[in-house]
Design a binder for this molecule. Sequence first.
Ligand SMILES: Nc1ncnc2c1ncn2[C@@H]1O[C@H](COP(=O)(O)OP(=O)(O)O)[C@@H](O)[C@H]1O
Ligand SMILES: [Mg+2]
Length: 225
Amino acid sequence: MKSNNLTIFKEKLLHKGAEASLYYGHWFNKEVIFKQRIPKKYRIEKLDRAIRNLRTIKEARALIRVKEYGICVPQVYEINTDNSTIIMKYIEGQKLKNLLNVIDEKTKDRYFQILGDYIAKLHQTGQIHGDITTSNVIITETGKLFLIDFGLYENSDSIEDKSTDIHLLKRVLISSHGQDYNLCYQAFLTGYRDSYIDQKECNRIINNIAVIETRGRYIKKEQRQ
Ligand SMILES: Nc1ncnc2c1ncn2[C@@H]1O[C@H](COP(=O)(O)OP(=O)(O)O)[C@@H](O)[C@H]1O
Ligand SMILES: [Mg+2]
């Protein structure tokens, strides 16, 4: 139907997260994702709406800003504050998480170096992704890497925040991709180091990851007593 080219519609629920539901659909003639933050019944309605809208705008702004640094992220087409929705480009591809079982070591090395490069570009401009996992990276058919899910994005220049950002990825690699952990993590650090202009700061960030881990073990030990 021709009129479909002039309409906006959700077609299929793809994912239901803790905060948002993600739908596949169309926005005029484009394939899109609707990321809609869902109401939380336990919050006062007016406050809930304000929180959802703030987070929606924050995430959309992050997606728009990050593009400036040459990082591939879905293009934002529309922000709707009536229903706390971001309408963004649908990225056709596979999650890095699922690809790890089928790609060779050379390809893994390449993808994680690119991811390291992306995160260095964010960190050295005071941006924290907040949820660097293998589920938040989509690889297209042509091998282009897209970073998604800026729901926990923050602005920060602190070494601790940057180390924590990387530490999350390290934990995900150890727990979900044990046999690939070493190769992937080293490739990530190579890409990160290569792109981080201030090498002194870069070393401080990477060295601080070990400090975070020592702290983690200490707390666990305390809890056991
Ligand atoms: N722009 C997009 N293109 C294609 N798939 C997407 C896009 N954005 C999200 N997804 C899919 O929806 C899932 C959840 O989206 P995400 O933004 O990570 O939400 P959550 O905050 O719930 O983790 C992703 O893992 C991915 O599979
Ligand atoms: Mg996600």
